[in-house]
Each structure stands twice: as structure tokens, then as C-alpha cells.
Design a protein around this ligand. Structure first.
Ligand SMILES: [Zn+2]
Length: 291
């Protein structure tokens, strides 16, 4: 028994001598890889893809796994839900995207700004501080999209030119006090750097803002080349890509949201666009052919 233990100790000691060499060599190999290779593809919740001249990075904001409850889609019959095996909920996320094009970097939406939100940390892991964000484009004003703009009473992106839909802005300003409180506080805090666009406008970076109303009065999707940032066009893609007629309870105007969803899915399909969606399941891209 004693002999056996001694042998085991020696074996462990021998292994310890060998292991640092292995670790050292693999570290060296990692160091030799390109920067683009290392940062974006390795960190969980971050994935970069290149679409011609447009580099787009998905940044997941939610720390915990997200399932949209089946009850959110009350209009969808059990027969369809069962067939798609979605009884326990529909895979989802809270996501943001960083687009690099035309020499500028644009952040699309900011997630929830919850205590466990990952946006700021993930940006840091890409070597980007909040102050480095020069452009911030908003799809709409719900809390899971503008929440990350504020930390308490302070703005998180001091140098960002913020672009939002004029229609969205005006509609929220007319909403009841309680409902609009977060929007008013956030937009007021960013007033010196806030730009309101009309649908159809081309924004810096040659990004076109397209009206996709229904989810909210001024809900916007953004297109550049073969990329379409779809905001909340779909909350449960596993259901809605195949059955766009079913709106989520979150949609302000369910009928209009369904019509908009059908129109943009067709438009994207016809043009071979890649979708980047704030509630698509991780990684929150859908390439042409996947929807
Ligand atoms: Zn949302």
C-alpha cells in the first residue's frame, strides 16, 4: 500500500513537470492567432460575422438563459406549439449588436441595464469602453432596449450621438406619466446628443432606418448592405419565422405587428439578408435560408 502511494506521488510529480510545457506551448499558439480571431469568437455571448464590408458583432446582454413563455403567444393554437415542441417556452435572448462599417462603429440598443447585464463587460472584453461608443441607434423605447443607457442618474455613453425615430419619440411623450417615466428620464439625460430621424432616412455609416411599426408606434429596423437589424420584429423566432401571423403580447398593435413581420420577412428573404434580432436565440443571427 505504502509503495503504491509513493508510486502515485511520483507519477503526479512527473505529470506536474510535463504540464507547464504543454500549457506554455498552447499559450504561444494562441498568441500567434490574429486579434480578430481571438477576441470575438471565444467569449461566450459574443460572436462576430463579416457580411461583405460590414462587420457585425452580437453581444448578449442577458446572463441567464431566456425562454419566452408560451402564454405570450395566446393566439397560437396548441397543435402548432406541440408540433414545434415549444410547450415549455420559446428560446430567446436580450441582445445588442455592434456594427462596424464605413470606418465608424455603431451600437444598436443597450439591453436591460440590469445588475447582471453583460453589455458593458462584453464591450470591455472587446477593448471598447462606453466612452468609445460614438453612435447609438435605437430600435424602440422599451426598457430592455434603452435600459443600458443609464446607470442610476448618469448616462453610460457620454460621447454617443443617439439616433431614435421621431415617430417613436412623439408617441412616447403622449403616453401616461407612469408608462413613459424611464423614456422621459433617459431622453432628457441624452438631450444634447439626441437626433430624431424620419423613416427612410440614411444615418451615418450608410444605415437606412426603416419603419417597422406595430411592436411600438415607431419601431424601427435598420439595413446596411446584406444586414437587417430587426429589433423586436420577432420575440419567438422558432414560432414566428414559420408563422409570422402570431404576435406576442408585448406588441402594442398585434395586427400591425403581424403585417410588418410578414412584410419584412419577405423583403429579407427576397434580398438574401442576414437578420440580427434583439430577441433571437443565441447567437442572435439568422442567415438567409434559416428563416
Ligand atoms: Zn424587446
Amino acid at each position: 500500500m505504502k509503495n503504491y502511494l509513493t508510486k502515485k506521488v511520483w507519477l503526479l510529480y512527473a505529470l506536474m513537470l510535463i504540464l507547464p510545457t504543454c500549457g506554455g506551448s498552447s499559450k504561444k499558439a494562441a498568441g500567434e492567432e490574429s486579434a480578430a480571431d481571438s477576441a470575438a469568437t471565444r467569449i461566450p455571448g459574443i460572436e462576430t460575422m463579416l457580411l461583405n464590408n460590414v462587420k457585425v458583432t452580437w453581444i448578449q446582454d442577458n446572463a441567464e438563459e431566456r425562454l419566452m413563455p408560451r402564454t405570450l403567444f395566446a393566439d397560437a393554437p396548441d397543435s402548432i406549439i406541440d408540433r414545434l415542441n415549444l410547450q415549455d417556452g420559446i428560446p430567446s435572448s436580450v441582445s445588442t449588436f455592434l456594427v462596424e462599417t464605413e470606418g465608424i462603429r455603431i451600437l444598436f440598443d443597450t439591453g436591460l441595464g440590469a445588475p447582471d447585464s453583460r453589455l458593458t463587460e462584453s464591450l470591455k472584453s472587446l477593448g471598447i469602453a462606453p466612452a468609445d461608443i460614438k453612435y447609438l441607434y435605437l430600435t424602440h423605447f422599451h426598457g430592455d432596449h434603452i435600459g443600458g443607457m443609464m446607470k442610476g442618474d448618469s448616462i453610460v455613453f457620454p460621447n454617443a450621438e443617439v439616433y431614435a425615430s421621431k415617430t417613436e419619440y412623439e408617441a412616447w411623450m403622449k403616453m401616461p406619466e407612469k408608462q413613459r417615466a424611464q423614456v422621459v428620464k433617459t431622453m432628457e439625460s441624452y438631450r444634447k446628443q439626441l437626433h430624431l430621424f424620419e423613416f427612410g432616412d440614411t444615418l451615418p455609416g450608410r444605415i437606412t432606418a426603416l419603419g417597422a411599426v406595430g411592436h411600438t408606434p415607431g419601431h424601427t429596423v435598420f439595413q446596411t448592405e446584406k444586414l437587417l437589424v430587426i429589433g423586436d420584429l420577432m420575440h419567438g423566432a422558432a414560432l414566428q419565422a414559420a408563422y409570422p401571423e402570431f404576435s406576442a403580447a408585448y406588441d402594442h398593435d398585434k395586427e400591425k405587428a403581424a403585417e410588418t413581420r410578414k412584410r419584412f420577412l419577405k423583403y429579407a428573404k427576397d434580398n438574401g439578408l442576414t437578420l440580427a434580432g434583439m430577441h433571437l436565440p443565441a447567437p442572435a443571427f439568422m442567415a438567409a435560408g434559416q428563416y
